[in-house]
Write a protein that binds this ligand. Structure first.
Ligand code: CMC
Length: 443
């Protein structure tokens, strides 16, 4: 091993941190700074210099990459895509434009936006033969299982877009990205219609992204479809607010898979699987199930909060690894939720329960001390419910929204000049070396 430690007397030149080892040697760790000044110790040569690795289970202190897609300040509750505050994008932009921004790094000019929209429209249909694939799944399959399988299967039906990347095969990126973002919407609607035994509705060229999705979900094939603007606006907002969120479980999974040179569809399918769990994207389904259970129990939420405090359950839609403040997305969604229900004239008792639960939790020392606030999933389900999306599809909606982020992160990895596979280390805690025992000698 090449040990290049510095003698104990060496003063670390700025900007480096000095790590003093148990044997008295010093190692200098360069300090990297992000655009907003956030510091990080660069340990890329640590093992080479010291023979040791770092341990950070759950990666709460580990920066796994440098990325220029999204900035979060969890203490202050700040979220920006490519530098633009989420509040401004939520007010002025829409999902397709924001998807372009997230993927390509700049807000599109008018011609760029038109070209991107046209690519989405051209790629909205899915291969007819994929229908047989849908048919082979059980009718009651969970939509996230189907989505993961179908996104991965895109590599079979569109092999020219499923190229491995580390060897410069990135020519078809625009088409592959548009294919993925456009087709997830069609796949989702098709899965829903088939699960209900309804005829499949094909996308319409004249409709925008969200209208088209709602059309494919809810149209009657023999009637003209009229999508209330307030509904497509609400859907647009939900998707836009989910478009990226830096190194969360699913996005880091996408980057991990991409680092092996895997194609965009395979990488995105891995993101779908990672998103499914209730601690991550699956929380939006779990929140509504929790609110419904509180409603059915005729509890005011006190019992749920009490059980959460003794570790018997988690208050779903509360807490976040990064935010130690109100999740800015939850603020926007909470407001949009009230507006949507008012405009639709819908009275959802679950919204009242959610508000009550929030106020109980936010005045309870357990939640206050741990800085647990509502996250994006706390109110999003109430909007999705009002739109008519079935509960078991909520996480799929999160996945549709997150696609641009996964594409952007895949692109950062795939287009990196110098390919480098992600390969963490571990601290082995299993048995030490032992000899093989023939089966007759085993107890
Ligand atoms: N309800 C009750 N207690 C909680 C909750 C919660 N929702 N979240 C965290 N805690 C407690 C936890 O038990 C721990 O307590 P203690 O210090 O006494 O052991 C403390 O708060 C710190 O929790 P943690 O597990 O270290 O926090 P984490 O950063 O590892 O977990 C989380 C983050 C989101 C997984 C967690 O807060 C959680 O399970 N929340 C509920 C599920 C949820 O809403 N997930 C959606 C996240 S936002 C959308 C997304 O990006 O996926």
């Amino acid at each position: 091993m090449n040990q290049q430690a510095f003698p104990a007397t060496t003063t670390a030149p700025d900007p480096s941190a000095r790590l003093v080892l148990p044997d008295g040697r010093d190692v200098l760790l360069p300090i990297l700074r992000g655009t907003e000044g956030e510091p990080a110790f660069d340990i890329t040569r640590l093992r080479e210099q010291t023979g040791s690795i770092t341990f950070d289970e759950g990666y709460a202190n580990t920066g796994s990459c440098q990325s220029n897609v999204t900035y979060i300040d969890g203490e202050k509750g700040i979220l920006r895509y490519r530098g633009y505050p989420i509040e401004q994008l939520a007010e002025h932009s829409h999902f397709v434009e924001t998807a372009y921004l997230v993927i390509y790094g700049e807000l599109p000019t008018r011609p760029q936006r038109a070209r991107f929209s046209a690519l989405l429209t051209e790629n909205a249909h899915i291969h007819e033969r994929m229908v047989y694939l849908f048919e082979s799944y059980p009718r009651d399959a969970h939509p996230m299982a189907l989505l993961g399988a179908m996104v991965n299967a895109l590599a079979c039906y569109y092999p020219h877009l499923a190229t491995n990347t580390h060897f410069g095969e990135t020519d078809n990126f625009d088409e592959a990205a548009a294919t993925l973002i456009s087709k997830v919407r069609t796949i989702t609607a098709m899965a829903y219609r088939m699960s209900k035994g309804l005829p499949v509705i094909y996308p319409k060229r004249s409709l925008n992204y969200c209208e088209n999705f709602l059309h494919m979900m809810f149209s009657d094939p023999y009637e003209h479809f009229e999508c209330p603007p307030v509904v497509s606006r609400a859907l647009n907002l939900i998707l836009l607010l989910h478009a990226d969120h830096e190194q969360n479980c699913s996005t880091s999974t996408v980057r991990m898979v991409a680092s092996s040179g895997a194609n965009l569809f395979a990488s995105a399918a891995s993101g779908v699987c990672a998103l499914w769990g209730p601690f991550h994207g699956g929380a939006n389904q779990a929140v509504i199930e929790m609110l419904q259970a509180i409603h059915d129990d005729k509890d005011d939420g006190t019992r749920f909060v009490a059980e959460a405090k003794v570790g018997r359950r988690r208050l779903m839609g509360f807490g976040h690894r990064i935010y130690r403040n109100y999740d800015p997305r939850a603020k926007i969604i909470g407001k949009a939720c009230e507006e949507l229900l008012n405009e639709l004239g819908v009275k959802d008792p679950l919204l009242d329960i959610a508000r009550r639960l929030e106020s109980i939790a936010l005045s309870d020392p357990y939640f206050v001390d741990r800085k647990l606030y509502p996250n994006v999933d706390f109110y999003s389900g109430i909007i999705l419910r009002a739109i008519g999306i079935p509960i078991n599809m909520f996480t799929v909606m999160f996945a549709i929204g997150r696609m641009p982020g996964w594409v952007a992160h895949w692109r950062e990895v795939a287009f990196a000049g110098r390919p480098r596979i992600y390969r963490p280390r571990q601290i082995y805690t299993g048995p030490s070396v032992r000899d093989y025992l023939p089966v007759d000698l085993r107890e």
